[in-house]
Design a binder for this molecule. Structure first.
Ligand code: 0PR
Length: 361
């Protein structure tokens, strides 16, 4: 029996989306290539250089170093690895707000660094005082998030950069999800705005590329060189990636998506997604739910557990924040019609809940 891949028509929980048609096509064409072996697959290697140049353009970095990773998890692990290997101490720590993605816990675990998680403030952003009181001479890295996974918040990146510099630590910005919408906002989040050393920015999230296409960027080549190991029997001499063999599909589809959509297509997509998020937040508020204001296209709202479960039973793919709020990510595949139909289902559920049960029910 052939199982069909799932449609996206009820998916409100994903930070990935349907690849743009040109990205899908490029992924198919480059499926059999392996940028892990540039000597054998030079065409896809040239494409990867293009991908990094374009990511540099999005993030205010003139001469970017980096590579297309398997995803944000790999990019975050590698950023921690660079910082750990640069640190002068043998017992380095990494300071991160509690809004940081769980991939940093994996990084800390495999790399043997001490991960210090500090609280966020009432706006769900890194609390600068908390970060300041946690850093010390052994801090190798401060992590700031530009588009948090749960609430879409952007940490005060320039101030985190100053803090990092004051203790000789590096600053990593996790813009895995936010990186493709933030260029159209007033936030200060990238290499051109602050003393950012490394960044995660994933084409396979808001960038509309096919999975796997994460992105790791470094301000200078020497930072990326920290990751390089010798590859004696390949034609190329060293490799900075965590994975060895890797798919050229993600690389090619990232380039195709960015060539097609940067900047106008991404801008249109951001505007549409942000309007949708505001429309949904408004609709939920009108129905009496507490809503966390969507500063980027991501809505969180306090919906009772029973309502959440009933919506799941209606096959809506929704997820929750750590504190239990309903969380809807307004990705490119999430249309106004989808959201209207979601709200209509919510209304039907609430109506049923408010009508007293009769013996006919
Ligand atoms: N950094 C941030 C800020 C993220 O939100 C995520 C993933 C990562 C790093 C890790 O990226 P990769 O998953 O590419 O390694 N955030 C979502 C999550 O883990 C990703 C996701 C994707 C969730 C698809 C659901 C889904 O259907 O929750």
């Amino acid at each position: 029996m052939q199982i069909e891949p799932q449609a996206f028509d009820r998916v409100l929980s994903s930070m990935c989306t349907e690849p743009h048609p040109v990205a899908r096509e490029a992924a198919k064409r480059f499926l059999a290539t392996n940028p892990g072996d540039p000597g054998t697959y030079p065409a896809v290697t040239a494409l990867e250089d293009e991908a990094i140049a374009m990511l540099g353009e999005l993030t205010g970095l003139e001469d970017p170093s980096g590579y297309i990773a398997s995803g944000g998890t790999e990019a975050n692990i590698q950023a921690v690895r660079i910082a750990r290997d640069r640190a002068e101490t043998r017992t380095p720590n990494v300071v991160m707000p509690e809004s940081g993605h769980f991939s940093f816990q994996k990084a800390a675990d495999v790399l043997g660094v001490d991960l210090r998680i500090v609280p966020t403030d009432e706006t769900y952003r890194a609390d600068l005082e908390a970060v300041r009181s946690c850093v010390d001479r052994e801090t190798a890295l401060i992590v700031g998030v530009a588009g948090t996974t749960e609430y879409g918040r952007v940490d005060p990146i320039p101030a985190l950069g100053e803090l990092a510099a004051s203790v000789d630590a590096m600053l990593h910005v996790d813009a895995a999800w936010g990186g493709f919408v933030l260029p159209f906002t007033d936030y200060e989040w990238h290499f051109g705005h602050a003393a950012v050393d490394t960044m995660t920015i994933d084409p396979h999230k808001m960038g509309q590329a096919a999975v796997p296409a994460g992105g790791l960027l470094a301000r200078s080549a020497d930072l990326l060189d920290e990751l390089a190991v010798d590859t004696p029997y390949l034609e190329s001499t060293s490799q900075a990636t965590l994975t060895g063999t890797r798919s050229g599909a993600g690389v090619a589809s990232a380039v195709a998506a960015m060539e097609t959509l940067w900047p106008d297509g991404y801008r249109d997509q951001y505007v549409r997604a942000q309007h949708n998020a505001e429309w949904l937040a408004d609709a939920l508020e009108k129905r009496g739910y507490d809503v966390v204001e969507p500063t980027l296209p991501l809505v969180a709202a306090d919906v009772p557990q029973s309502t959440f479960d009933a919506l799941r039973a209606k096959r809506w793919r929704i997820s929750r924040t750590a504190t239990g709020e309903l969380r809807v990510v307004c990705m490119p595949h999430v249309t106004r019609e989808m959201l209207a139909s979601f709200i209509a289902d919510l209304d039907r559920l609430e109506m049923r809940a408010s009508v007293p049960m009769t013996s006919d029910d």
